[in-house]
Design a protein around this ligand. Structure first.
Ligand code: TYD
Length: 215
């Protein structure tokens, strides 16, 4: 059965989760098939427990490799319990983050290397990739300023990292985007939310197989 897997990526403060919610609200009424909205790290009970461990600001001593392996472990569980069954059932999947986040944050941000992080993630996902990735392009300084305004002292462990880290993450995303122009669509996220949503909806409508849409 035909399925379609869409991931949403972007730096912290790119407005990704809000955009995803509105895109889902506009796209799903057009679908003939069922759909799944999910997120990483998370998307299953075990993976959500790993998420808490990773993002807990008191886990100051967590090593970069441990962090990368925990994200990959959460992803493996998310795949087997949630994503693969949905793909088999022919659903359209909307995932808030996927492997590109690990490549950018752990590979580039934590200096583990994009290729090394890709390897552990290939093991975790058995090489399954999204059909389409929407990258919300927001410069790290803009994203961080948004987070500071919104969360004020309640930032998670990754958000608490300094601008230099987020700059490396952003550069990592740009490198990944250059390598996969056929899969990744870049959307300017530094505009009013409704414009960002409109662009995402139009890209999905253009790219999704027509047999998944109502006549
Ligand atoms: P998320 O809940 O998407 O946060 P936000 O809504 O603020 O974007 O992700 C939590 C954090 O985890 C975020 O800082 C990005 C980071 N992350 C990684 O470092 N590696 C990964 O593989 C994933 C999925 C997320």
């Amino acid at each position: 059965m035909n399925s379609y897997f869409i991931s949403f990526e972007g730096p912290d403060g790119s407005g990704k989760s809000t955009v995803l919610e509105q895109v889902v609200a506009q796209i799903t009424p057009l679908l003939k098939t069922q759909y799944l909205v999910t997120r990483e790290p998370g998307g299953s009970i075990i993976a959500e427990k790993i998420r808490q461990l990773i993002l807990d600001p008191t886990n100051e001593k967590m090593g970069a490799k441990t962090e990368a392996l925990l994200y990959a472990a959460a992803r493996s569980q998310h795949m087997s319990e949630t994503v693969i069954p949905a793909l088999k059932a022919g659903k359209v999947i909307f995932s808030d983050r996927f492997v590109d986040s690990s490549l950018a944050y752990q590979g580039a941000g934590r200096d583990l290397g994009i290729d090394a992080v890709k390897q552990i993630n290939n093991f975790a996902t058995s090489g399954i990739e999204p059909n389409l990735t929407l990258f919300l392009d927001v410069k790290p300084e803009v994203g961080l300023a948004r987070i500071e305004r919104a969360r004020a002292g309640q930032e998670d462990r990754l958000e608490q990292e300094k601008l230099a880290f987020h700059q490396k993450v952003y550069e990592g995303y740009l490198e990944i985007n250059r390598k996969h122009p056929e899969r990744i669509a870049i959307v300017d996220g530094d505009r009013p939310g409704n414009r960002v949503v409109e662009d995402c909806v139009n890209i999905i409508k253009k790219r999704i197989p027509k047999d998944l849409l109502k006549d």
